[in-house]
Design a protein around this ligand. Sequence first.
Ligand code: NAD
Length: 279
Amino acid sequence: MPRRPPKIAGRPVVITGAASGIGRSLALRLSGLGSPVALADMDEARLSTVATSLCGPVLSRVLDVRDAAAQQRFANEVREWLPAPLVAVFNNAGVAVTSAVLHTVPEDDEWLFDINFWGVVHGTRAFLPILVHQNDGVIVNTSSVFGLLGMPHQSAYCASKFAIRGFTDALRQELRGTGVRAVTIHPGGITTNIARNARMRTDPEGLGRTKEQMAAQFEAATMTSPDRAAAIIHRGVERGKARILVGPDAYLFDALARITPTHYHAVVSRLRARRRESV
Ligand SMILES: NC(=O)c1ccc[n+]([C@@H]2O[C@H](COP(=O)([O-])OP(=O)(O)OC[C@H]3O[C@@H](n4cnc5c(N)ncnc54)[C@H](O)[C@@H]3O)[C@@H](O)[C@H]2O)c1
């Protein structure tokens, strides 16, 4: 008989990208519900603010997810620190690049791919042996709705998020019959710092907007707060979902990718234009 998915609240979790946005909200939520939390991020100041705001047990490490050896050292430290079996690893850290393919700056795309894809792979490889040894727990990898369909000026981001989806789907099949699960997260627009932390050299639509102006437009069009995203992700993992859509726009994107897999952009751009006019 298949096992019931584990309750994660109250049990130890690992979260990367925990200094901001969705990762920060996951840390606050799960720690508030009694989970010991092991947190990692590159942003030392913000990570420290999050860690010191928590009442429960916390291990926090400044870490670049691109560094496979650093992720392995972090996993070794977590193994020593664990007050109880590890229940979930949220490979959440991520960044964005806005650029037309024609004008790509290769180092920007490499920077993104190293963080978004290889960061998730390094985190999975570092922590999976702990979960497999326990025969229990869940790897939770953050893709995006841009891992369901392609969007203009987001080629590297889409590629990295499709890659996470493929990697995690393959892992899920390998883990069949074990007590370990692999889950993919597909958030729609969430009101976080992702656009402010993005790399953008010029406005790819030629409208002369600055990064700050584009970030403000992105934030105005988002439909879900990071706290709400964390609640949806937490509940989805506890319900045993393999794939978690976050926010109403994520359900719309998912439906479009199925119904009109080659023409969805016409619908998406009409909806975006309408939404821009109304904000
Ligand atoms: N915000 C959205 O609309 C949205 C939509 C879909 C998917 N996502 C994904 O959600 C995840 C979380 O992003 P967010 O929206 O909370 O953004 P955010 O910018 O608010 O938080 C991302 C965190 O990751 C950290 N980070 C970046 N590079 C790192 C590295 N090399 N090593 C360690 N930490 C690093 C940042 O310092 C930051 O604290 C990302 O994977 C992102 O792609 C976000």
